[in-house]
Design a protein around this ligand. Sequence first.
Ligand SMILES: [Zn+2]
Length: 260
Amino acid sequence: MANEDRRRPLRGKIILRGLMVCDTGMHIGAGGNNLDIGGIDSPVVRDPLTREPYVPGSSLKGKMRSLLERQLNLPFNRYGGNGVYRHECSNRKCLACRLFGAAGGRDGDNIPGRIIVRDMSMTKESKERLSEIETGLQYTEWKFENSLDRVTAAANPRQLERVPRGTEFDFEIIYTVESEDEEEIKKDLYNIVQLLRMVEDDTLGGHGSRGYGKVRFNLNIFEGRLIGFYSGDTGASKSLEVKTPEDCTGVVDEMAEFFG
Ligand SMILES: [Zn+2]
């Protein structure tokens, strides 16, 4: 690849902010079993300092990426072990790889992704509300699940920890503007918004087919920052509010024009 093709201009950032609401209990596992005797079989992931449950950005980013790969019907050309096949290519025109990044591997360059999905923390209101419920756990509930041996009918009960229905998290997604092409910026932003809508009709976290992890995104703000913003140019930013989901298209168009 020619050297000029390796440039990667940083033109600015677009920050999308809002609330993610859990419409059903959500389980994003901490991995590994809790070894406490009488402890929960499958705990949720928590901040090690505050012990508050949080949603790792990687959980949402991974779900968004997998939905886009399937929507575009991209080949799952990489095998990551553990039975996980995924798509990654070094084509800068690939809508999934330019947004989410690709490790070049044998066949080419690394493409760093254009989006960052931050870890999500619980809102203050949710923490207050949840600290009033008595579950014996901090901000979560536990749920018994049972599987039955089909031959002997013996029960195999286990306990899963969940973030309760109604819990809200602040979310933040950052899009790096590299292109000068307004249409390209628009397409990426549309993809982000559409993927959030698709995750709403899918699930986040574990045990989705059994009712867990139905989430809703209330996208409130698009904040655009041209590179001059970071050196103090006050005119180099633009904040657009999203009042209803229908506003999104107009907001995306206006934001792309700002960078175009
Ligand atoms: Zn690709």
